[in-house]
Design a protein around this ligand. Structure first.
Ligand code: FES
Length: 111
């Protein structure tokens, strides 16, 4: 199965990590199954953008995105052209590399 490589994140994952995905799994589910504490304030219902991540390798191998995901992504901190909501992006058949943004909307509003 494809691997998912999480790049180091100062708070959540200082060393970075690499995991195997299962068929049909989202990026968020791989992270949570491996105790990586990615935020998911709306419980994966495509409503909050706190699970935002940036795909540094393998962007086009992920499942397609919906208009709703695009709308929610627009609210994400640090949005890039290869941003996805990790609760919506299903891993395809190639390894991917994922950057967890330093901040998310929850952090900004609670700070
Ligand atoms: Fe809320 Fe992904 S967990 S949009």
């Amino acid at each position: 199965m494809p691997k998912i490589i999480f790049l180091p994140h100062k708070i959540i994952l200082p060393q970075g990590a690499q995991f195997e995905s299962k068929e049909g799994e989202t990026i968020l589910n791989v992270a949570l199954r491996n105790n990586v504490r990615l935020e998911h304030a709306c419980e994966k219902s495509c409503a909050c953008s706190t699970c935002h991540c940036i795909i540094r390798k393998g962007f086009f191998s992920l499942s397609g995105w919906t208009e709703k995901e695009e709308d929610i992504l627009d609210k994400a901190w640090g949005l890039e052209s290869e941003s996805r909501l990790s609760c919506q992006a299903i891993i395809g058949n190639v390894d991917i590399e994922v950057e967890i943004p330093l901040y998310n909307v929850n952090y900004i509003t609670e700070s």
